[in-house]
Design a protein around this ligand. Structure first.
Ligand SMILES: Cc1cc2nc3c(=O)[nH]c(=O)nc-3n(C[C@H](O)[C@H](O)[C@H](O)COP(=O)(O)OP(=O)(O)OC[C@H]3O[C@@H](n4cnc5c(N)ncnc54)[C@H](O)[C@@H]3O)c2cc1C
Length: 631
């Protein structure tokens, strides 16, 4: 046996004897959204459970972190029972009216359920080492106010959100998107009291953070506390700040490499498990404004088809909780084995609570059947999860367009069906809500290509013409290039209404697709967009999309970033363009007048445009990375 620890930032392994002070069936580390459910479920199953949490209460991001509302996710599971206990207290007049699930009450309800079930809780404690035998986790070294402890467990469940324990154990992980490793923005959440006497949260996207870099974490905390949303000379008495939540709102951090992985590509290709342990339900809730730097799959869906709105119901297999090649350790929460794209959908609180419950059920079966975690019999696991409704027999993979407030099981709107009828696709492409039709055409492929080409030539139907070109572009067919170029030359900022918000103007969809199609004729226009921004003065914009593109500066950032990425794709295939692109980019990035600025998302329309983020350094580092491939 050996122990892996981190000393002054460096991971070290050393031989260790099995001198454990205490023994548990399960140790849950991080008693947040997922971990609280994991600990309670495991203890209710009769297991001896230790819960280690670095803060002083349970519930994590959903309680002490102030993220008290639900956004999509699926119903069912033991979290519903916990929430109904919270709500029955919340209805009593002794408590202020609360928007969402009352964080403090949920702390107490979780505490009392955990204690009642027999969980031994250790707050203000955290893990500093992991004991392993080969790649089988045997226990943890952890520190509490009493000092250092060495404790064994049959199964360790890492619910730290950041996969802290798995990382310590040497588990492989990914972080951020492929191009530059950047995660979604974080939020520094406030609690406020509102004029109607209720209490609720308030948050904006506060910036970006690298959790592997302590300086970045500290700087993010300082800077976001000093934002105009937080520290003000004079506060508006309409909404009084009560507190800054002590747990930073991290949307995305490490994602483990598991025995199984769910990717957005799998979702698009219908390659999904038949052995789900729960379903995740959300849209691709990507808070990023620099969409041009996201993956092709994400841009196909969000940019070319403008499908920010539709929600996916995604089956999650048990292998996403098991670190690849390891035994004795599971993860639950936002660090599941999913790719960056689908991580923006598989992170909502209901689903993360389910992941904790599922992890505890897997641990229980592994211990009672005396089998490795990856050998846990699916039939038994499914029966346990169906019993608590964590997994429902009625659930299936589907797409639905509903508002965050609607319960999709009760929703009057049926699940979206991909269109297969040519006439139905034509009709939908001729509207301002073409997204599903564009994607349906892409799915059909070859059989509809000739019809799309014909519709693309119907000048009298401009929407049909342009949407058909976008569909053909997604299918990789170059016949659409002249129409896509037309969209670019016209600086056509037409906005489809496919999604609730975050709709993508035709122009950026066309630039993206022309890059994918390696169209050299569009290069001079792309270089013009990169070189200068005076053309912006005459552009007409649509303010209904201001959550995504708030002002002209942000609009120019979109011109610049989409053009840069398309130009790189084209020059990748056509080396004769590389030198000119490098010259234009080099001199533009050196231009002190270049302002590449985004507006962070605020969730509150009146506060829109408040927080700006300069993107020059990020763009420059992406440029340097791309150009280095050619040297
Ligand atoms: C700003 C923001 C807004 C969101 N809005 C919504 C929304 O409206 N609706 C919705 O459904 N979802 C929302 N989400 C998503 C959802 O809240 C999170 O994805 C989910 O809560 C994550 O759960 P988790 O269990 O992975 O992590 P957490 O709930 O953060 O739990 C991790 C726990 O581990 C503890 N911990 C961490 N490291 C250690 C360590 N080394 N040792 C011991 N303990 C440790 C932490 O203190 C914490 O208690 C939002 C997320 C953010 C950040």
């Amino acid at each position: 046996m050996y122990i892996r620890e981190k000393k002054a930032g460096v991971r070290v392994s050393s031989p260790a004897s099995a001198a454990f002070g205490d023994h548990y069936d399960v140790i849950v580390i991080g008693l947040g959204t997922a971990g609280s459910m994991a600990a309670i479920t495991a203890a209710r199953r009769g297991l001896k459970v230790l819960g280690i949490e670095r803060l002083n209460s349970m519930g994590g991001t959903g309680t002490i972190g102030g993220v008290v509302g639900y956004y999509y996710g699926n119903r069912g599971g033991i979290f519903e029972e916990i929430d109904s206990q919270v709500i029955s207290y919340q209805k009593q007049e002794d408590f202020v009216r609360f928007q969402g699930v009352h964080g403090e009450i949920k702390n107490w309800v979780l505490d009392s359920n955990a204690v009642q079930a027999g969980v031994e809780i250790r707050y203000e404690s955290f893990v500093i080492g992991v004991y392993l035998d080969g790649t089988s986790v045997k226990g943890v070294r952890w520190v509490s106010p009493e000092g250092i402890h060495d404790t064994s467990a049959k199964v360790v469940i890492d619910c730290t959100g950041n996969a802290e324990v798995a990382e310590l154990a040497g588990v492989a992980f990914d972080m951020g998107r492929e191009l530059d490793g950047k995660c979604q923005p974080f939020s520094n959440v406030l609690m406020k009291s509102y004029p109607n006497g209720s209490v609720g949260n308030f948050y904006t996207d506060s910036g970006y953070i690298d959790i592997d870099d302590p300086d970045s974490v500290n700087q993010a905390i300082f800077e976001s506390n000093l934002l105009g949303t937080h520290l003000q000379e004079c506060y508006n008495e309409e909404s009084v700040v009560l507190k800054v939540c002590p747990l930073l709102g991290l949307r995305e951090t490490r994602r483990i490499v598991g025995e199984d992985q769910v990717t957005f590509g799998d979702v698009l290709a219908d390659h999904l498990t038949r052995e789900p342990i729960f379903f995740g339900f959300s849209n691709l809730d990507n808070h990023g404004k620099d969409m041009a730097f996201e993956s092709d799959n994400q841009q196909d869906w969000l940019v070319a088809a403008s499908l920010f709105g539709p929600n996916m119901n995604v089956p999650i297999p048990k292998g996403t909780l098991i670190p690849k090649g390891y035994d004795g350790i599971l993860v639950a929460g936002r660090c599941l084995s999913v790719d960056h794209d689908i991580a923006s959908a598989i992170r909502q609180k209901r689903d993360m609570q389910k992941s904790g419950e599922a992890a505890a059920s897997m641990a229980y079966l592994s211990i009672h059947q005396n089998v490795q975690l990856k050998k846990v019999p699916y039939g038994l696991l499914r029966a346990m999860l169906e019993e608590s409704k964590c997994l429902r027999a009625v659930e299936r993979t589907e797409i639905r367009e509903i508002t965050p407030q609607e319960d999709h099981e009760q929703a009057p709107i049926p699940a979206t069906k991909w269109l297969t009828d040519t006439q139905a696709i034509r009709e939908a492409l001729n509207t301002d809500k073409p997204g599903i039709a564009i994607w349906s055409a892409k799915r059909l492929g070859e059989p509809i290509a000739y019809a799309l080409e014909e519709w693309m030539n119907q000048q009298e139907h401009p929407l049909l013409r342009k949407n058909s070109a976008l569909a053909l572009g997604l299918m990789g067919r170059t016949k659409c290039v002249p129409v896509l170029r037309e969209i670019v030359y016209a600086r056509d900022l037409y906005l489809p209404r496919t999604s609730r918000k975050y709709n993508q103007p035709h122009l950026f969809a066309a630039i993206y697709l022309l890059g994918r199609l390696k169209d050299t004729e569009i290069m001079p226009e792309l270089l013009r967009f990169i070189r200068e921004d005076t053309f912006m003065e005459t552009l007409e914009t649509d303010s209904s999309n201001d959550e995504f593109i708030y002002d002209r500066k942000e609009l120019y950032f979109q011109f610049f970033s989409f053009s840069m990425m398309a130009a790189f794709r084209i020059a990748e295939a056509h080396p004769e363009w590389r030198q000119q692109l490098a010259e234009v980019m080099g001199s533009r990035l050196a231009d002190p007048g270049l302002e590449l600025i985004i507006t962070l998302k605020t969730h509150i329309r009146e506060a829109n445009g408040f927080l700006k983020k300069k993107m020059n350094a990020r763009v420059e580092s992406i440029y340097n990375r791309l150009i280095s491939n050619w040297s």
